[in-house]
Structures are given as C-alpha cells and as structure tokens.
Design a protein around this ligand. Structure first.
Ligand code: ACO
Length: 429
C-alpha cells in the first residue's frame, strides 16, 4: 500500500491526497493546494530548515535520538578506532572502502598534491599580522579556483576528481600557513615522507630541525579528530556548500562558502567559545552560579546541545578518550576538571535533562587543541580540514543528483508595497 496524507483545505473545502515517501511529503505536492486557481499555492515556512529535507543522500546517517553516526554505513566508533583519516576520506568520496591498490593510489595522489603554487604563499603573506587563520583559509581556498580554472568544468568526472584530491591535499598546507602567519614564523613546506596528519603537524611546528617528527600518540589523536569531523550530513556549512554549489560554481568557491559558515560561533566556532567559557568560569566553585546564569537565559552552556543529537553526541565520547591519550603526552589541562564537573552537573540538572542537552563534539575538542598548543583561533581551521572530505562528498553527490536545482527558498514578504518614490532632493528639501 502506498502511504499518503489526506489534506483538507478548510478555505475551499477541497481534499488532497499527498503521497508520503521515505517519511516525507514533497513540497511541490503541497504547492498544488490553492485558495483559488490564480492564487499562489501553499508553501512551508521553516526558518533554519529544521524540518525540511533538502536532498536524498547516501553519505552519512545520523539517529539523533539514539546517538548514532555512520559514514557510508560504518559506525563512527569503528572508523575512529580502526581506520585513518585518508581512508575515511576515500570512503566518503567513493562510497566504499578502498582495495589495497586503490588506497595506495589515493594516498599517493593526495600526498603528491600537498604543495601550493608559490603565488598562494605570496598573497597569504599579504594578510595583516593578526589575521584570523579561518579568514585566511577561507580566502585562500576560494582563491585556488583562480589557479585551477579547469575546476569550473564540474560536469567532467575526471576534473571533479582532481579538484577533490587537490583540495584534501592542500587544506593542511593552507591551514598550517595561516597558523604560522599569525606567529610571524616562516611557512613550512610539506614533507611528503610523512603521513597526512604527521605532515600537517610538521608544517605547524617545525623550526630549525631537518625533520619534524611528532609523537605518534598526538598524530593518532589528531587523525581521530579529523575522522570525527569528516562529515555530518546537512549541517550549516554543508548546506552552504550545497547551496552555493547548486549554482554550478567550481568546488573551491563552494567549499570557501562552507568555510565561511563554519567560522560562525554557533557552528565550528563553538569549541573556541567553550574554551573561553571554561577560562571565564576559572574554578569549580564558580560553576553553580554560572549554571544559574545559563538557566536564567543570560547565556548558553557552550558545547552543549545539538540540532540533531538529543542524546550524547557519539563523537564527544570518542573525544573524551582521545583527551586521555593526548594528556598522557602533554600533561593534563587544568580546565579539564572544570569541564568534567560542568558536564556532571548539567547532565543531572532538570533544565538540561528536560531539553535533552548533552555534550556535543565541541565540548572536549578545544581542550585537546589547547593541549597541542593551538591558539583558539585555530580550532575551527582544524575542523575545516577534517570536514573537507565531507563537503566534497556532498558536493560530488549534488553534481550527480538529477533532482537538484539551484537553491532558492521562498519568503513570506512582510514589508511595504507600492510606495511612491520621492527623489532625495525633494525629500531633503
Ligand atoms: N545552553 C543552554 N540552553 C540551551 C543550549 C545551551 N547550549 N542549547 C539549547 N538551549 C535551550 C534553548 O534556550 C531552548 O530553550 P527553550 O525551549 O526554553 O527556549 C532549547 O534548549 C532548544 O534550543 P534551540 O536553540 O531551539 O536548539 P537548536 O537546535 O536551534 O540549537 C544549537 C542547537 C545551536 C547547537 C544550540 O544547542 C547551541 O547554541 N548550543 C551551544 C553552541 C554549540 O555548542 N554549538 C556547537 C554545535 S555542534 C557543531 O556545530 C559541530
């Protein structure tokens, strides 16, 4: 039996049968419901798209109530423990795990493309000394489209593939250089003998030594963090990538838009905000008054709550474990105690329980990043590097989805109409 919805329009007394597919109805079917033939059809008002599916996708599955996250069907817990970021990137982009040969070729290609044109370095050097690295990353990724004009040929599969490899490969280079810039240190070129994540650490921290070799535990922890951030279905930045990509612009421009979305404090900027919050709280004694302020609506408990997860964010659990590994190398971050106590109190407090507010991925990630000596401005850059394969997998899916159209929502117009314009000279006379 086909599932359907019967809608009665009380303005006209007419009834409509609307098919239900995959738990959704098509907005176009609602659009046929009109008070009169010459009137606009019924539309759906949904600020923030909280109950609107914008695409069909086979990349990432989330069950927010149960706290489940899977990439291409594989649970995030297994990928975080047993895979590598580049293998996960391959999985997201290609839809299946690679054979040994496919994996080797993929790693070779990504490694081969880590360098950027010297002119990229030149214009990055032109940023102000205190430029936010996320602003630098957004601008330099967008600028890559001018270095690869072939990227605009998005209907060609081979061209798409090479841009995907380039972008995954170059993101750590651009991210590391944004970091070095703010520190007034020379930019470090990629070391292609190293793994993806070890090379990133080398470009961040290498000074006069001939080779930078990071502690393996740190490499693994950062690689895991990249895996955890690699995709999260239709979040704000992915929606930005898809929305901008729907105009058929090149992928560098679409991803630059995603980076812009990720920059905001309610999205990727949250872990930076968590850290600032923890520092402001300062000690465990101040937690009750802070929590009271949150409950009074004065501010939010950053790193808590999620549009989709109404349960513990599965990524937060894995990050908590990575914290232990990193702190084994770096020594414990004193803010961890405050975070753990905050979490304990919030998970028992009726305000948070009732609203199903649990720690999200950002609650603990900032603590790790700080222990690794990243300034807060870099946190979102790390997120962007991890999210790049996800953005690109979503973009790739978009380019091949025959149902997709240029993104163009409706509005409910609330402004004035048909006013008579009086020229400035008369108005100001
Ligand atoms: N602290 C206190 N109260 C909160 C919080 C919070 N962190 N988050 C939500 N609430 C409350 C809201 O005030 C609201 O209460 P009300 O019903 O009494 O008005 C209720 O919980 C529902 O909140 P919404 O804002 O409707 O939830 P929404 O799904 O729109 O927001 C969001 C999700 C933006 C993540 C929100 O929980 C938030 O601001 N959290 C803090 C910022 C943060 O950690 N962002 C990272 C998200 S994860 C990521 O981007 C990778």
């Amino acid at each position: 039996m086909t599932e359907s919805l019967t809608v009665r329009d009380n303005r006209t007394g007419l009834e409509y049968e609307v098919p239900i597919t995959d738990g959704t109805i098509r907005a176009a079917d609602i659009g046929q419901i009109k008070p009169a033939e010459d009137q606009p059809g019924l539309a759906v008002y949904d600020p923030g798209f909280v109950n609107t599916a914008s695409c069909r996708s086979s990349i990432t599955y989330i069950d927010g109530d149960k706290g489940v996250l899977e990439y291409r069907g594989y649970p995030i817990e297994q990928l975080a423990e047993k895979s590598t970021f580049l293998e996960v990137a391959y999985l997201l982009i290609h839809g299946e795990l690679p054979s040994r040969e496919e994996y080797d070729t993929w790693v070779h290609n990504v490694t081969y493309h880590t360098f950027v044109h010297e002119n990229v370095k030149g214009f990055m050097e032109g940023f102000r000394y205190d430029a936010h690295p996320m602003g630098m990353l957004m601008a330099s990724v967008g600028a890559l489209s001018t270095f690869y004009p072939d990227a605009s040929n998005i209907s060609d599969p081979e061209t798409r593939d090479i841009q995907i490899i380039r972008m995954i490969a170059k993101m750590p280079t651009l991210g590391a250089w944004s970091f070095r810039h703010a520190q007034g240190k020379p930019y470090v070129y990629p070391d292609n003998d190293l793994s993806y994540t070890a090379n990133f650490l080398s470009m961040l921290f290498k000074m006069s030594e001939s080779k930078y070799e990071a502690d393996e535990r740190i490499v693994k922890a950062l690689d895991t963090l990249f895996i955890l951030h690699a995709d999260h279905e239709q979040n704000c930045s992915t929606n930005a990538v898809r929305s901008v990509g729907s105009s058929q612009v090149d992928p560098y421009s679409a991803v630059a838009a995603g980076i812009g979305a990720l920059y905001g404090p309610l999205h990727g900027g949250a872990n930076e905000a968590v850290l600032r919050m923890l520092k402001r709280i300062g000690s465990k004694e101040n937690i009750p008054s802070f929590i009271q302020g949150v409950k009074d609506g004065n501010e939010r408990l950053m790193g808590f709550g999620h549009r989709v997860y109404k349960n513990y964010d599965p990524r937060a659990k894995i990050i908590k474990k990575a914290c232990d590994d990193v702190f084994e190398v770096t020594g414990v971050n004193p803010l961890l105690e405050i975070a753990q106590e905050l979490e304990k109190i919030a998970l028992e407090d009726e305000y948070f329980v009732k609203r199903k507010l649990y720690p999200n991925v950002d609650f603990y990630s900032g603590l790790i990043y700080e222990a690794l000596q990243f300034p807060p401005e870099m946190f979102t850059v790390l997120f962007a590097i991890g999210r790049t394969p996800g953005w690109l997998a979503q973009w790739l899916e978009l380019t091949q989805d025959k149902e997709q159209k240029i993104a163009r929502p409706k509005q409910i117009y609330t402004g004035a109409r048909t006013l008579d314009f009086v020229p400035a000279a008369e108005r100001w006379a």
